[in-house]
Design a protein around this ligand. Structure first.
Ligand SMILES: *Cc1c(COP(=O)(O)O)cnc(C)c1O
Length: 659
């Protein structure tokens, strides 16, 4: 039985099930031994994620990890610039493409440096949304052909920093997002005797859709209305700085799922642009903001975790519509700027988490049921279990639910003891599994019976924090592809949802990508007493940098991987960043580790004096406290202890396979 099952499954089936080919953009595959491979440069060279995990372990780093595939990041920057270059060539467009990377999407130095390196041949620049980001931009930016675009709320010092950049000969463009900012810009540039380069952010009428669609329209937080744009123009003219107006900007929100939205926004913005040129301003740049999506579920639809267009189509539509509008109005076309962050960084990083426990409703709750149970409700439940073929599945399900309620009521009233209730519930779960196992493989099924699978799904406890590493899944229900990184030649026989190790019931993943809709559980492999790793993919934008400190878990370990043809496994780890130590996260909330140690020592001394603890043991316990406070925040999973617990679970799964 077992061998037949194993051979009936294949790595190809896993590719289909988890969707690697659909969302992976050619960067992810599964090899014949069932390991996930990453193709950072999409050129056939491959790195097994499991090999990276093994090597990192050798360096003393344990899961959870963020693994950054630096070559993949490099490739994405190239891709973006190349698709724009191609669209420009195909359309015979007279302007250029001058993209900027929005630093907020991933501020990590290694990420920004890799992007600048990859973007060098394309004069690819940076976008800043705050003072700290601008400080990064000014320092790392090394080539005055690249732009620095300054967005976000600005105070005097923000503008001083932008003008410092102008002094260094950099093309730093300050985008006026609020009408009042213009006065500040004029005042500070007068004070510093530096001419600014100025952009305007338009509050477009074209509306975004999707989860981040609040960035346009009348209630948008940023941007100028038409009347404000005209007022800015008049002010600039009277200050004698009309020649400083260089750019029109808009941003309709991130992850725009529908290309129609983008077309409409580009057309509207191009009209604004052309009108400003007609009014006599030099302009030169049209900045179409962010919004270029990632197809997280691989469905190529306008569903919020997907997108119904490709990067090539995006570039063509932007270039074509700008050209079309400018031509019709008889103005020269601008250089096109985009601020694509998500599309550039999301694919390069993978979160690897370790599953260390299985919580099973159906299987851990089995109790022995004596041949003659005493209570009638248990008898009724058993009759229902044995009455397999006598009624329809739905009717049997309803009867079982009724009996379970009955058992609960009887228990509350004192007519059923703990034993009896456990027997009734155990039988209930057996009936549910029975009903589920008899489900037809195709055709219509009533919703209640479809939900049964969700009810029966196990929980896999994973060593990570959703709040640290997948904030948008928690906050916005954004979906990410999740899949095991090994064992993909084995059939995944357990339906499971994932829970994290925070003490928060929201700390879980129970919605997964699906081609049609959203899946409530993920088929996974039974735990076998050895480490079982899952990858959460496409987390390089916002997630791996934005985490909060819920439960003080803090940053996860990080490894930076480069392709290397001289190595047997095709890669080397260039850099590692250790995850947070307990003392570090404590310092972030104002606890000094030494002070905590002193306080525990005082209590230990008192306990020793009272003879509650022997002096030698007291010292040992203190040393334990002191060493753990310097240790990592996440759990250390031990496998020696677990063999005895994992084995029965594996046996049960086989038994289930037969029923
Ligand atoms: C966040 C942001 C971006 C990045 O958007 P993506 O959708 O990630 O490309 C670009 N521009 C501005 C002004 C932003 O606020």
């Amino acid at each position: 039985m077992k061998t037949r099952k194993t051979t009936a499954w294949s790595p190809e089936k896993s590719v289909e099930l988890y969707g690697f080919g659909r969302w992976g953009g050619g960067h992810f595959s599964v090899d014949a031994k069932g390991f996930v491979q990453v193709h950072p440069a999409a050129d056939g060279r491959a790195i097994r994620i499991a090999d990276v995990v093994a090597e990192a372990k050798g360096k003393g780093l344990n899961a959870p990890f963020t693994i950054r595939f630096q070559d993949l990041l490099h490739k994405r920057v190239q891709r973006l610039n190349e698709v724009f270059a191609k669209a420009i060539a195909d359309e015979g467009y007279q302007g250029g493409y001058r993209g900027v990377f929005p630093i907020k999407v991933n501020q990590l130095r290694e990420v920004v440096e890799e992007i600048l390196d990859a973007g060098k041949p394309f004069d690819y620049g940076l976008e800043a949304g705050s003072k700290p980001e601008l400080m990064i931009g000014l320092a790392l930016h090394d080539d005055n052909a690249r732009l620095i675009v300054c967005n976000g709320y600005k105070d005097d010092d923000y503008i001083r920093m932008a003008l410092l950049g102008r002094r260094l000969g950099k093309k730093v463009i300050v985008v006026v997002e609020q009408f009042a900012e213009l006065d500040t810009i004029l005042r500070i540039s007068e004070e510093m005797k530096v001419e600014p380069m100025i952009g305007l952010r338009a509050k477009l009428n074209a509306r975004g859709e999707g989860k981040w669609a609040m960035s346009t329209g009348d209630n948008a937080k940023f941007g100028l209305t038409t009347a404000e744009i005209l007022a800015v123009c008049r002010k600039l003219e009277s200050a004698g700085l009309a020649h400083c107006l260089n750019l029109l900007h808009f941003h309709i929100g991130s992850q725009v799922p529908n290309i129609i939205t983008i077309k409409n926004a580009v057309i509207e913005a191009a009209r604004y642009y052309a009108q400003l040129v007609k009014l006599g301003f030099p302009m030169g740049y049209l900045d179409v903001g962010g919004g270029l999506g990632i197809d997280y579920d691989g469905s190529r639809t306008n569903f919020e975790s997907s997108m119904n267009y490709s990067m090539d189509e995006y570039a063509r539509d932007v270039v074509f519509n700008v050209k079309d509008v400018c031509q019709s109005m008889g103005v020269p076309v601008p250089d096109i700027v985009s601020e694509s962050g998500r599309a550039v960084t999301a694919p390069h990083s993978v979160l690897v988490v370790e599953v260390f426990e299985r919580i099973s409703k159906a299987e851990t709750q089995l109790v022995d049921i004596p041949a003659k149970p005493s209570h009638k409700v248990v008898e009724d439940m058993r009759a229902l279990l044995e009455a397999k073929g006598n009624y329809g599945r739905l009717e049997r399900f309803h009867d079982a639910i009724q009996r379970k309620e009955e058992a609960s009521t009887l228990f509350n009233l004192g007519f059923l003891d703990l034993q009896g209730r456990a027997q009734a519930e155990s039988l209930f779960w057996q009936i549910c599994r029975d009903i589920d196992a008899a489900a037809p493989t195709q055709g219509y099924q009533p919703e209640e019976l479809l939900d049964l699978k969700k009810l029966l799904a196990d929980q896999y406890v994973c060593n990570f924090s959703v709040f640290q590493s997948l904030l948008d899944h928690w906050a916005l229900k954004q979906l990410f592809p999740v899949a095991p990184i090994h064992r993909l030649h084995e059939k995944p026989s357990v339906n499971a949802t994932l829970v994290d190790i925070t003490c928060d019931s929201d700390g879980k993943i129970n919605q997964f990508i699906d081609l049609q809709d959203v899946r409530d559980y993920l088929p996974l492999h039974p735990l076998d007493g050895k480490p079982y790793y899952l990858g959460v993919f496409l987390v390089g934008a916002y997630q791996d940098i934005m985490g909060d400190l819920h439960n003080l878990f803090g940053r996860v370990n990080e490894v930076h991987v480069f392709l290397d043809d001289d190595e047997d496994d095709g890669f080397y780890i260039e850099d590692t960043i250790n995850g947070s130590r307990i003392s570090e996260v404590l310092a972030g909330v104002q606890y000094d580790a030494e002070d905590l140690c002193r306080r525990v020592k005082r209590q230990m001394d008192a306990a020793i004096r009272k003879d509650l603890v022997k002096p030698r043991e007291g010292i040992r316990l203190l040393e334990l406290y002191e060493s753990i406070v310097q240790d990592r925040t996440y759990l250390r999973v031990r496998y020696e202890d677990k063999k005895s617990r994992a084995a029965p679970a594996a046996r049960k799964t086989k038994r289930r396979g037969k029923s």
